[in-house]
Ligand binder design. Sequence first.
Ligand code: ATP
Ligand code: MG
Length: 747
Amino acid sequence: MQYLYAAINFLLLGLLIWLVLGKSIKKIFISRREKINAAIDEAENLEYLLESGEQTDADADDRELNASDDNTGCFDAIAEQERQNSCFLYEKQRRIEDAEKRLNEQKHEIMIQARQKSVKVLCERLKSAFREQPYADGIRAKEPALADKILNIISLTPGDMCYLMRHDVLYVTLTSAYPLDPAIVDRIGEKTTAMLDEVGGKPSYWVKVDPELIGGLRLRIGDTVYDCTVENRLYHLERDLVKRPLPQVISAQDIIDDMFEGIEAAEDRVDIYQLGRVLSVSDGICRLDGLADIMYGEVIEFDCGERGMILDIEPDRIGCVVFGKYEHIETMSRVRRIGRIASVPVGDELLGRVVDPLGRAIDGKDRIRGRERRPIEYKAPGIPDRKTVNVPLHTGIKAVDALVPIGRGQRELIIGDRQTGKTAIAIDAIINQKGKNIPCIYVAIGQKESTVAEIRAKLEKYGAMEYTTIVSATASSSASMQYIAPFAGAAMSEYFMYSGRDCLIVYDDLSKHAVAYRELSLLLHRPSGREAYPGDVFYLHSRLLERAARLSPESGGGSVTALPIIETQAGDISSYIPTNVISITDGQIFLETDLFNEGQRPAVNVGLSVSRVGSAAQTPLMKQVSGKLRMELAQYRELNTFAQFGSDLDDSTRKVLDSGVRMMQALRQRRYEPIPDWKQALLIYAVSEGYADGTEPEMIEEFEKKLYSYFENKYPDMVKTLVSGAKMNKSFENRLKAVLKSFAEVG
Ligand code: ATP
Ligand code: MG
């Protein structure tokens, strides 16, 4: 009995334990089983991935065999495999082509470098050869003739005259490689004295010997140098040889032949140039003296080979910006006028390229060999050369084309706080020019490099890069490069305008340009004015934007449409730079942060945005349908603010508010999806005439899509009339209304 009780107790205890812990034990077992299963799956997956990885690496034929072995009889799998193979082959082909292209570019680059080195060596050899007999004697024998050549052409420059007016004495220095015959020295002295006598001045005449000249004579009158030395000839020879285009078939012999051709072509002439000295150099700005007749915007060359551009001319010193690295420019070193205004290559070769503000390629592709150059600074066309702006330049953005239309040759400012979609509008406008034969130029000033790369990628993706040039002076570029960038872009756009074509240019953005100019001006010690900007910052932007115009047919007939961008701080359009640019341009598209955050994108503020060209830059159709739009939206905005305070609204107010909400929804648009003019006009007409009243505001996007396809599929004849952009006559309008009514009903 005792045993029976013990057994029953034992069983009861076991049952109790099972009841309490059974579930958790089960759980533990199940989770362990799941874990083991998952581990097995993972291992199988890994195995499969390894296999497929190996398969991708194997060549295409092997893959085909494997695939057919593994999937015999499974047509789908074979088709998929074939598709993959063709993709693989296409990719392989593309990579081979890319590699070939890169190889050719590298070969070209190596040859250019090799030529540079050999030209240097050649010139060094020539230098020592000219110092030896019999060349040295030959060159010395030419000295009297060279002196005559120089004396025939010397004259006083306007700069010398100014100097004489202040100082009476002008420095004249005669330098030669060997001591000169006294007769030559006297002859030159007499001639210069006589020349200066005529204008009431005296020379301070110096004669020097400098073996570095190798041979020949150099006469310096004031800052002007008359040079017929061997040193100068070799200097030109070196530059010419390096710049000569490489022959098509490149071999070492080709280069040698080409160099000899260059030597033969080099002429024996007196070179005239002006010299100056570097007084100080800091932060990419140099202060110089000398260079008596230098002009604003002229290019100068430093001894180290770097170049710069004159930005500041004062009576006793000159300020310039350095284009390249300024660290190895030494004070008191020489600078030389090279006799040309700063210019950039222009032409169709630049389309599809990314260039720096000096027109040098920075997209990793081959060099740009523009046949033509245009000066960075150029006079804007005068009033008689201009024609009224009345041809639309469609941006493909509903809110812009309907409310603030832009005409060809117009300057329309895009203004707003940061991250409000300013660049997006400009890029969409560029994308919309596809197939319209309007080359575009996007000038990035002070943007991040990643932003520029992204813009390029997007333009490429939407097929817009082939007709676009990106001029990039990113935030990491020097202030001088950022300063030059929009002017370089303007020069490139002018090429199209003066050759009778229409062109679009975007300056993104001019606030950063103004900051770069402020930096330069402060370094040039110019007095600062309002908000520490120099006084001429208005002139800076006005002379840039005035270059955008529509020319009359007699002056070329082309146009440049400019879309400058300005960033505001907390929506303040009354600060210095925004007010300046607003007054220069023919209207502005004002983008508002609040609207943007509400999801109203593009965030165009209808009240503050204007186009002074107005409906003259719209098609008659758009003009007809969007005539009342601005007024209605203004009314809506006013009532909307007011309606926020009370809920009791009369019917007419509610109606205005409802249609306003729908219209604002209709004006929303995604990026990179420009819409043709006729579709915009159709949508605006449908919404403003109340055919979307039965649609919830959130469904307007859907309504829009359906509307377009409804017309395209069912009424191609009406679409044709709408595409023509002509004004709707009564009968067409009645038919349109009937169709829209049936569309709204079908819904
Ligand atoms: P920043 O001041 O930095 O130059 P921004 O004003 O030029 O900025 P964008 O860079 O054009 O502004 O746009 C800011 C952001 O808004 C981007 O992420 C962009 O994708 C988004 N955005 C702009 N327009 C639209 C749009 N129509 N629809 C949706 N998103 C948009
Ligand atoms: Mg931007």
